[in-house]
Design a protein around this ligand. Structure first.
Ligand SMILES: C[S@@+](CC[C@H](N)C(=O)[O-])C[C@H]1O[C@@H](n2cnc3c(N)ncnc32)[C@H](O)[C@@H]1O
Length: 771
């Protein structure tokens, strides 16, 4: 980014160090294993910190048991709130009492104090009056374990210890290993534990023909009324209340005596529970949900018929959870608030089957193959790891396509819509594989030298090497930003208010006499000229502001997400508050050719990627001269969270070639930004031509301006490069990265600057170029 020497000291630069606290990262990783999204984990962590006076020990104890409980409880509360809202809207009936609150009141009566760690803000002091600290520790509700066996069955059990029994059972409990995944090969064991009051699965949504009732009218004991007697001792899960066959909907509707869905329902003799049975011969899997009157619940997922398949391989639990988690994130964007536990289990089951029966060129996938399968979603790290095992060539994208085809064949009896879904996920997975293949085949020319954009842009972008016969570094060309995994980028029409769109405009807003609502950001005037360049007045003011850095241009976070995560907890260095350009978009009445739509139209200038003579590696230049304010290109890359970037950097050896990530902090002043909301763009693996723009200190000929297009929410925006002055034909395009060459702690080692400018600040300071 354009900046002065001083600016390089600030965080309002693309190179800002993004280093979350390692303990936060560990906690996030641990929760991710449970399929919990980073945003939620961090949200709860913060609350727990307040409750526990920043004590990590308490939060980390028993493998983050408190944290997990807090999260479950939080999710529970949200579901309840949603339900309450719905209920109060739809009927005037007396609101049914929350089941959890029933339980909690009940537990509280027994324990004589508040038990909720999170929701009711556990008061340790208060608890200590009745129980020892150890008892309180033991009393954190909600242990959770998952077991799997060789035959493809998992059982997932949840437990809670109330304070009273924690006191009693403390010694016994210590011996139990709770809250850990166990992917061992032992027989499926039912673990006699009691249900967590914090879990959000207490009222499974039963869809289609899945029925889940108890003959006494209760789903499970979480619905137990507070007046029921509390019996605290062991209760084994002997009888399932329900067996749900999630894949049943895929079977052809042949045997209709059961109502046409292949499912029949029959009650258990004990008069307590109901079993749901799938009569279909092609039963792939089923769930067993067992419950006791006390609320002890065991949910097990078994894929029994897969075990008879010769090609069955037990997939790793992590792989299945990851695949299901990814799908939840991608299909539902983030966990769908209306999703039920049954839906989740169903999803898990499908992915379990997917992974357990994938074949590659007639060879069964083994555990290594699963790692690569995950690698499809992960980027090239896994592939790089696996390559060292010397087997990568047998698992290229084509084989994965075969593998996916196999899944479709295997599921031949399923309905068409599901097959289409599979096909869709296949397409997205395959497209990522193309990027992996660059690494796979060293014989293959890495890029189309005639057009490095491979047709993704309107114009071809030539690669020119007048110096030697090397090629540009490997990456996957994308013309638009793409979410890597966790970034929460919400483009919904509902978020665009009337004030954020010009629905009354028509044709070209620039030539309209009506004041366009889209000029809101730029003081009632358009930022662009009719030629599509940024107006000189706007540009000069913008450049002056970022180069001269008056103090009122810097925003200092009270609790900076960048500094907070560092061990030394330094103060915020300040983020440069930038002016935005707002372009017209879908809700606007104007047409696609409207003059207030420049960046969204993509690259229109003739550009070349070339090998620089000064030793800076590859660079970008313009073939024709450009006027001041011309749009050149956008910085396109993967959208990462601050945390993901940190994790990526942590894995890096420090010796790779880097593009520098851009932090999207231009508008942090308008709202306190949270860790989990901090986004950045990284073009190292996926990017466009902007990844070739080299750095120049201070007087670079490009300036980056934040541009709002799809969403008025400035936590995500486009980073667009415009010329800061007229540029000659064949002149290299440069950008001031805003690098602090003095920052030895930055995760990416600075290079020795060869910009050759008279204001160069990095020539003598840093050691060794990385390119
Ligand atoms: C975003 S990439 C730019 C493209 C890069 N030159 C390439 O070949 O892929 C950033 C890297 O380019 C090199 N670079 C960029 N500007 C430079 C400069 N002024 N002096 C020396 N190296 C530079 C550094 O190696 C830096 O890590």
């Amino acid at each position: 980014m354009s900046s002065t020497m001083e600016q390089a000291q600030h965080q309002g630069s693309p190179m800002a160090s993004t280093t979350p606290h390692p303990r936060v990262v560990k906690a996030v990783d641990a929760m991710k294993d449970l399929g919990i999204h980073e945003r939620i984990t961090i949200h709860i962590l913060k609350k727990l910190f307040k409750v526990y006076n920043n004590s990590w020990e308490f939060i980390e104890a028993e493998n983050y048991r408190v944290l997990a409980d807090g999260i479950f409880e939080y999710q529970d509360d949200r579901v309840n709130e949603g339900k309450k809202r719905k209920d109060s809207q739809s009927s005037s009936e007396v609101e049914p009492q929350s089941k959890r609150s029933n339980l909690m009141q009940h537990e509280n009566r027994i324990a004589g104090c508040s038990q909720s760690v999170f929701g009711s803000k556990l008061n340790e002091h208060k608890l200590a009056q009745t129980f020892t600290r150890g008892d309180v520790d033991q009393a954190k509700p909600g242990s959770h374990s998952i077991h799997s066996n060789e035959r493809g069955s998992w059982s997932q059990s949840y437990s809670v210890q109330d304070i009273a029994s924690a006191s009693r059972d403390r010694k016994k409990e210590k011996e139990k290993q709770t809250y850990s995944y166990q992917n061992d090969l032992r027989e499926n064991e039912a673990v006699p534990e009691r249900v967590s009051i914090g879990l959000s699965f207490k009222e499974p949504k039963v869809e289609r023909s899945q029925v889940m009732t108890c003959s006494d009218g209760r789903y499970n004991a979480v619905t137990r009324h507070q007046s029921e007697p509390f019996i605290s001792d062991d209760f084994l899960f002997e009888k399932p209340i329900a067996m749900v066959h999630p894949l049943n909907q895929y079977h052809a509707k042949e045997d209709r005596e059961d109502g046409g869905d292949g499912i029949s329902v029959k009650g258990h003799n004990d008069g307590l529970c109901v079993e749901i049975e799938n009569k279909s011969a092609n039963c792939f899997s089923n769930f067993e949900i067992s419950s006791t009157p006390l609320g002890e619940v065991k949910i097990s997922l078994s894929c029994s018929s897969s075990t008879g398949r010769p090609d069955f391989r037990m997939p790793s639990l992590d792989a299945v959870l990851k695949l299901a988690g990814d799908r939840c994130l991608k299909t539902h964007k983030i966990i769908n608030p209306s999703i039920s536990l049954i839906d989740l289990m169903e999803e898990l089951c499908q992915h379990f089957l997917r992974l357990s029966t994938i074949r590659t060129s007639g060879v069964n996938m083994d555990s290594r193959a699963l790692v690569v399968y995950e690698g499809i979603h992960e980027g090239h790290d896994h592939m790089a790891d696996s390559s060292s095992n010397g087997w990568r060539n047998s698992l290229n994208g084509q084989h994965f396509r075969q593998a996916e085809k196999k899944i479709l064949e295997f599921n031949g009896g399923r309905n068409k819509r599901k097959d289409q879904d599979d096909l869709n996920s296949l397409t997205s997975a395959s497209s990522l594989m193309v990027a992996q293949q660059f690494n796979l085949d060293s014989e293959r020319p890495p890029h189309d030298l005639e057009d490095i954009a491979k047709g993704e842009e309107k114009l071809k972008i030539l690669v020119v090497n007048e110096i030697n016969n090397t090629h540009p570094p490997l990456f996957h060309y994308i013309a638009q930003n793409n979410v890597y995994q966790d970034a929460h980028v919400n483009f919904s029409l509902a978020r665009i208010g009337d004030e954020d769109s010009c629905s009354n405009c028509f044709g070209d807003c620039l030539s309209s006499p009506i004041t366009c609502a889209c000029t809101r950001e730029t003081g009632g005037e358009f930022a662009y000229t009719a030629d599509g360049n940024v107006k000189e007045g706007f540009l000069d003011e913008y450049i002056t502001a970022i180069r001269n850095l008056p103090n009122d241009r810097l925003y200092y976070c009270e609790d900076c997400p960048l500094e907070r995560s560092k061990n030394d907890n330094k103060k915020c260095k300040g983020h440069l508050v930038r002016k935005f350009i707002k372009e017209c978009w879908t809700k606007c009445g104007c047409n696609k050719k409207c003059g207030n739509r420049v960046v969204q139209r993509g690259i229109t200038r003739d550009l070349q990627v070339f090998l620089t003579a000064e030793g800076k590696g590859w660079g970008l230049r313009t073939v024709k001269s450009l006027p001041k304010g011309a749009f050149v290109c956008e910085y396109v890359g993967e959208i990462l969270t601050n945390m993901e970037l940190y994790q990526r950097n942590e894995k890096s050896t420090g010796n790779e070639k880097h593009t520098y990530p851009v932090l999207l902090d231009a508008d942090w002043s308008s709202e306190g930004i949270l860790d989990e909301e901090a986004l950045c763009l990284d073009a190292t693996r996926y990017g466009n031509v902007a990844r070739f723009i080299n750095h120049r200190c201070y007087d670079a000929n490009l300036v980056e301006i934040p541009v709002e297009i799809e969403t008025p929410d400035h936590h995500y925006y486009h980073v667009a490069f415009f010329t800061s002055r007229p540029v000659d034909a064949m002149e290299e395009l440069t950008w001031d990265y805003g690098l602090d060459f003095l920052d030895v702690n930055h995760p990416i080692k600075a290079f020795r600057c060869l910009c050759g400018g008279i204001y160069c600040r990095g020539m003598s300071l840093a050691n060794g170029a990385t390119s």
